[in-house]
Design a protein around this ligand. Structure first.
Ligand code: SF4
Length: 226
């Protein structure tokens, strides 16, 4: 058995060196983060961007405007992001909840982290990944975001079991690295870059910036019979 030398901060350092700062989330306002976090469920970001552009071109990227427009119109505008029936309902549920309980988005996002997370998770269509994205990138509070890439990469690195649950993996990150909003933001964005570019379903280990540290790499070595 080899000794596991890789730790989370050294993984972070290697990713940062390779990809550079990602400066996530790509959004102009806090509300745009919320909208993007909902629209990106089961969708690729290019299509989400098209839906966001539609909303902005129609001057709708404000909570009260989404709150007021008809669901039919909303569906048509966010159609490029896919699942537009459920996503328009999710956006409506969010803005209904917001204006039933708060004066504006800032008041809601100012809640203490645990309370904010609990309220987000109580909403229809908001699961832990969406909730934590909103908390980290819109409320700018330290809640580590876990996604499918995070599970795949860190189980391949041998740090966690691939069956690990969302909260267990989130706690693992939060216990292992300093509780820092910028670090959490940047680390998640870098994990997504690695997953998109190298640690795909069929990983490209040869060029991966974590190649030297990764036990999984051995399994994907191309064997050239000589
Ligand atoms: S070396 Fe391969 S399996 Fe390991 S993190 Fe990189 S791409 Fe993923």
């Amino acid at each position: 058995m080899g000794v596991m030398v890789v730790d989370l901060l050294s993984v972070y350092g290697l990713l940062l060196k390779h990809f550079g700062r990602q400066k996530w989330w790509p959004a102009e306002t806090k509300f745009e983060v919320v909208v993007g976090a909902i629209l990106t469920q089961n969708a690729n970001w290019k299509n989400v961007e098209r839906a966001i552009t539609n909303l902005k071109d129609n001057d709708l990227m404000e909570p009260d405007r989404i709150h007021r427009i008809s669901e039919e119109r909303l569906k048509a505008l966010i159609r490029p992001a896919g699942y537009y029936n459920s996503k328009s309902r999710k956006l409506k549920e969010f803005t209904n909840f917001l204006f039933d309980n708060y004066n504006d988005l800032n008041e809601f996002l100012a809640l203490p982290l645990e309370q904010l997370r609990e309220q987000l998770l109580s909403l229809w269509g908001i699961g832990p990944e969406t909730a934590d994205s909103v908390i980290l990138y819109a409320a700018e509070k330290p809640s580590f975001v876990i996604d499918a890439y995070t599970k795949r990469i860190f189980s391949r690195l041998g740090l966690v079991n691939e069956e690990i649950g969302y909260d267990t993996l989130k706690n693992f990150f939060e216990r292992s690295i300093p509780r820092d909003v910028s670090l959490y933001k940047e680390f998640h964005a870098l994990i997504v870059e690695l997953g998109k570019n190298y640690c795909k379903t069929k990983p490209l280990c040869g060029a991966c910036p974590l190649g030297k540290e990764c036990p999984e790499k051995l399994k994907h070595k191309v064997f050239i019979p000589g």
